[in-house]
Design a protein around this ligand. Structure first.
Ligand code: AMP
Length: 504
């Protein structure tokens, strides 16, 4: 793969250059390459089934990216699993993906209840396999084979694994390197945990251009003082985050050019970029370019882009997501499957080489969203879009998928888990928005028989159960209880009326 060969070049031409900054020990390109050879050799020694992916568990440790590269060099895709994902969900992923090896880089043991996957710590790998000899590129994953599999929320109650191939990822990286001002040895920050594909927007473009990555950890995000100290030392040049994260940073007036004097580019993806945020950034960082990009995990991170210039800010009250990258064709289709005219809304269909082959081991789900158009892979996004003057505008969803603080989730998945609680008869989850942006979730619940005197005790008990099944960011903030939920004339729960009740 061209991208891996680039990283290899850097490992030999600039072995001492930093690839990844970590508090104890910065990882150099030379080390990244050698240590990932060791991981690959360990995987070879385990004789696991062809095509079986490797689960890699941790947060923003350098061992995460060493293990990613080790897996793909050994011919196996990897599944990044962040610390924020609870054990039960990890076990579901391990079963669904039929992974045979689970690399835990955290140093803290994990105990699965129902899985026989082989657990291995990074230290064990290092002691087991001291051989860091080159791995033959013929052994690496290639072409249409998976490079990584990222699990996202699924409306059936189970997460679904989006398979991203070597070709998908190469198409993405080529675009980033060609069409964005990020060529050569720059300092990037990484804000999104590796189990979200926004992290791919900085990880591989950074490594493929010999830059270095500065991770923003969850501890930093929880403590603004730590975060700002870290940002100051990072001397970031390329910023990649969700708009929600930069919005949080902007609340502090010291988030400005003085803090990040060398910042050149802000890249956003994953949710609506509000005009005020872009405007504030242009004021506080007058030398930096701001880009809005759009795309789902299923089409490899992002497929449209636009630089948010002063002119764009002046002309459009809501920001465009831009134009498609060269190898991608966008279709906007109405309910009958016909293309809509300019200025009309239609579902966004993405066609081209960065579209995934589908969800791992889920042919029915895959068939619902993926198909072939003109001989090329196509994906129905479930997003509504509109073209105005050659620019794509995002117009919301046609289903129950939402974004909350940058995290993608299916309301139906949350509802199913709440409804499975022993304390719940029925549940509907309502997103509560302010100024067009979802601020939090409220669960409207008809409780089952329970022993609690007070509602807060009941809420505590339900939340405790949910904590074992869902990541914290998917658990509703508010719980409201009703004797019954309103029903529409055709017998479905009436979400509109529930929303009115909840918002009152
Ligand atoms: P994910 O797979 O987590 O990247 O989420 C993909 C979804 O996020 C898309 O289908 C959109 O609904 C939403 N999204 C991504 N980028 C943008 C953007 N620039 N503006 C608005 N929504 C976006």
């Amino acid at each position: 793969m061209r991208m891996l060969l680039k990283i290899k070049d850097f490992a030999f031409t600039q072995p001492e250059a930093k690839a990844f900054i970590s508090p104890n020990h910065p990882l150099t390109y030379g080390e990244l390459w050698r240590k990932s050879n060791q991981v690959a050799r360990y995987i070879f020694s385990q004789n696991i089934s062809t095509g079986s992916p490797i689960m890699i568990y941790g947060h923003m440790e350098p061992e995460m990216i060493i293990s990613f590269l080790g897996s793909v060099k050994s011919g196996h895709a990897y599944i990044p699993v962040d610390l924020s994902i609870p054990l039960e969900r990890i076990e579901k992923i391990s079963k669904a993906s039929q992974s045979e090896i689970f690399i835990n880089v955290t140093g803290n043991p994990l105990e699965f209840q129902n899985s026989t996957i082989q657990m291995i710590t990074f230290d064990e790998i290092k002691t087991f396999s001291t051989d860091s000899d080159e791995i033959d590129p013929a052994d690496w994953v290639s072409e249409d084979e998976n490079f990584y599999i990222i699990y996202t929320s699924g409306s059936t109650g189970n997460p679904k694994g989006v398979q991203i191939s070597v070709n998908n990822l190469q198409s993405f990286v080529d675009w980033m390197v060609e069409d964005f001002p990020i060529q050569g040895g720059l300092r990037f920050i990484n804000q999104a945990p590796f189990s979200f594909d926004l992290s791919v927007m900085d990880l591989y473009p950074c490594l493929a251009t010999g830059g270095h990555l500065f991770p923003i950890t969850k501890e930093m995000i929880a403590k603004p003082k730590l975060l700002f100290e870290a940002l100051k030392t990072s001397n970031t040049q390329v910023w990649t985050s969700t708009p929600s994260f930069v919005q949080m940073c902007l609340m502090d007036p010291s988030f400005n050019q003085e803090l990040l004097p060398e910042i050149m580019v802000f890249l956003f993806c994953g949710e609506i970029l509000p005009v005020q945020i872009a405007r504030q950034l242009k004021e506080r960082f007058p030398k930096a370019k701001v880009y809005n990009t759009y795309g789902p995990t299923e089409a490899t991170v992002a497929i449209t882009f636009v630089e948010i210039t002063k002119e764009i800010l002046n002309v459009y009250p809501t920001l465009p997501v831009g134009r498609a990258k060269k190898d991608i064709q966008l279709l906007l289709l109405n309910e009958d499957g016909h293309e809509v005219s300019e200025g009309e809304k239609g579902e966004i269909i993405i066609v081209g080489p960065s579209v995934s082959k589908g969800y791992l081991g889920q042919p029915e789900l895959t068939e619902k969203s993926f198909y072939t158009f003109d001989g090329k892979p196509a994906y129905r996004t479930g997003d509504e879009g509109e073209m105005v003057e050659d620019l794509l505008f995002y117009k919301g969803r046609i289903d129950f998928q939402i974004k909350l603080h940058g995290y993608r989730m299916e309301l139906e998945e949350i509802e199913q888990h709440i409804a499975n609680s022993q304390y719940v008869k029925t549940a509907v989850v309502i997103p509560v928005s302010k100024g067009g942006k979802i601020e939090y979730l409220t669960a409207a619940i008809v409780p089952a028989e329970h022993e609690f005197d007070k509602e807060y005790q009941l809420t505590g008990a339900i939340k405790k159960e949910l904590g074992n099944k869902l990541p914290a960011y998917m658990i509703p903030k508010k719980f409201e209880y009703y004797h019954e939920l309103p029903i529409t004339p055709n017998g479905k729960v009436d979400r509109k009326r529930i929303r009115e009740k909840v918002i009152l």
